[in-house]
Design a protein around this ligand. Sequence first.
Ligand SMILES: [Zn+2]
Length: 241
Amino acid sequence: MAVRGVMAIAMLAIGWLSAVVGGARAAEVAVDVGHGLVDQGAISARGKSEYIFNDRLARRLADELTTRGLRVRPINFDGQIDSLIARPQQAAGADFFISIHHDSVQPHLLRDWQWQGAPQTYSDDHAGFALFVSHHNPDLPTSLRCASAIGARLRHLGFVPARHHADPSAVKPRQPADADNAVYYYDNLVVLYKTTLPAVLFEAGVIKNRDEERLLDDPVYQGRMADAIATGLAACLFVGS
Ligand SMILES: [Zn+2]
């Protein structure tokens, strides 16, 4: 009986220890590659699909998060996810969701030009990164805190925040949540509200802008951007845990 009693206490202790370790586990970030092989999203000023930009930046971000001791759950890294709702569903159980996108502009701003002999459209009117959160997200405070942390870190490293999303002349002006750090509300995005997780949609920049497209296409720029996002997100999640 005595041996059994000691073993029972030992088992309890192991259970307590694993609970403690479990409580201190690294946060898990679901990183979503926006769009996919079928719906490729926007088309850049030089004719590249947004999906290609999203895929590259998401992979850089996954590496940077892993380097910081965070766990990563890749969403749509094969480009084959078949619905918007499947993205938050596959992220269920993680601690945070970030969807990676690149922005276009409103159609009336587009102008025609030729790139390498092919007709394309561009607009140099807008540029900059932006972050979107939804009032309908179940954890808006964490979503907002992390969006602001990411935006602040990007600005600190010299990245330019977009200023046009709340413009009254826009077809759908977005309500600012933290305008300094380019955080805006976009309430009806499925990936932001059909979820149990705090969630942010990140627009890295405007690929219809000819100068910004070149930057966004540059691996060094992508690496610095991924570094900034990961640093901001890690700080936010560690503070929140
Ligand atoms: Zn997109």
